[in-house]
Design a protein around this ligand. Structure first.
Ligand code: ATP
Length: 353
């Protein structure tokens, strides 16, 4: 069942949390709603759950208009950030609870809850109370409880944020496994780009209550629709250079006043003044490089070493080769290849593909 939001606006008193946004969540797919704090991710999730009703617009589950349907009649399972387990009930009773509300006969309740406990690998803890469980185990109970009703849509609100780094990786893989086994259409909210990239079939990136771009993580990374998407994804973040369009499909880099002929981008649809983005992994320190400046910092991210270089037009980061000797204070030249440039309109911030 595909889930679609059409031109949804959500207002709280005078503030607009979601601005005329359309989003689609394809059947059987895990979509992450990604974006910085306050961009409207949780509000979107609550709108899908029916906890909030939109000020404007409509929401469809398949052919069914659920815009005004109450949460309990939507067939949605939700996992909250703090799991919200019932502390006085055992693991098994927690999982059975939604079925009790649905008046499912006791024997069937037990059987379905045990199946779910097995799916999330906590059947051996069925008699324990939530406080006798680790964070990861509580998380599994919350997922089992959300799935036991066989919901048509599973909503996960920052489900990994209360776990330590190692457990977060383990539970990320577990959520992916469970989602693939059950094939339930899933919306996973996170502000963490690595989490979104690694777990999702599809990413919807939001900013200030509006969808910026949706697609695979790779497509958003490689072909960002605007400057926000380009700068939100990638660590270290994208480098920026001011450029202007010159003759014969060339640009002039303001920093160096040098011209660069473009072979991979057609500038005919671009405006005169642009901002060029180039990712740090595509910038290298090279003695014939056109950019130059002093090294401010040398730092590691994962296995990679980067140098931050002070240009007149701002700082840029460059990926260092494995044994490249670069020290803070060195004066260096840096270069990149034209094929790695992204160009954005300086006014609209849109990519001029
Ligand atoms: P976070 O990652 O910090 O949880 P978010 O992306 O989930 O943020 P939302 O919680 O959806 O963002 O909030 C979006 C905007 O709507 C924010 O500006 C927030 O202050 C506002 N907002 C959310 N809920 C309410 C509410 N109940 N009343 C008033 N304003 C609200």
């Amino acid at each position: 069942m595909d889930v679609v939001m059409n031109n949804v606006t959500m207002m709280f008193q005078s503030s607009t949390a979601i601005k005329n946004t359309s989003l689609s969540f394809q059947s059987g797919r895990l979509t992450t709603l990604l974006g910085p704090s306050g961009c409207g991710k949780s509000t979107t999730l609550f709108l899908l759950a029916g906890i909030y009703k939109p000020s404007n617009g409509s929401i469809y589950f398949g052919d069914r208009d659920v815009t005004k349907v109450e949460p309990e009649d939507r067939g949605v399972g939700m996992v909250f950030q703090n799991y919200a387990l019932y502390p006085h009930m055992s693991v098994l009773k927690n999982i059975m609870f939604p079925l009790k509300m649905m008046r499912v006969p006791k024997a069937e309740r037990f059987e379905r809850a045990m199946d779910m406990a097995k799916l999330v690998k906590i059947d051996h803890l069925a008699d324990r109370k939530p406080k006798q469980l680790s964070g990861g185990q509580q998380q599994r109970v919350a997922i089992a409880r959300a799935l036991v009703k066989q919901p048509s849509l599973l909503l996960l609100d920052e489900p990994l944020s209360n776990l330590d780094a190692r457990l977060r990786l383990e539970m990320r893989d577990e959520i992916r496994r469970i989602q693939q086994e059950t094939k339930v259409t899933t919306v996973f909210v996170t502000h963490d780009q690595d989490e979104a990239m690694s777990i999702a079939d599809h990413i919807a990136l939001m900013h200030e209550g509006d969808l910026q771009q949706q697609g695979s993580g790779e497509s958003l990374y490689r072909t960002p629709a605007n400057q926000f998407v380009a700068s939100f994804l990638g660590t270290p973040p994208m480098n920026w250079l001011n450029v202007s369009q010159t003759k014969n499909n060339s640009i002039m880099i303001n920093e160096t006043k040098s011209a660069l002929a473009l072979h991979h981008i057609n500038l005919s649809d671009c405006s005169q003044e642009m901002v060029a983005g180039v990712r740090p992994e595509h910038v290298h320190i090279h003695e014939r490089g056109a950019l130059s400046g002093k090294v401010l910092q040398v730092y590691f991210i994962g296995r990679d070493r980067f140098a931050k270089i002070a240009l007149k037009d701002g700082d840029i980061s460059a990926l260092l080769y494995q044994h490249q000797q670069v020290d803070v204070g060195d004066f260096v030249h840096a270069a990149f290849s034209e094929e790695h440039l992204h160009l954005f309109d300086k006014t609209t911030k849109e990519n001029c593909f």
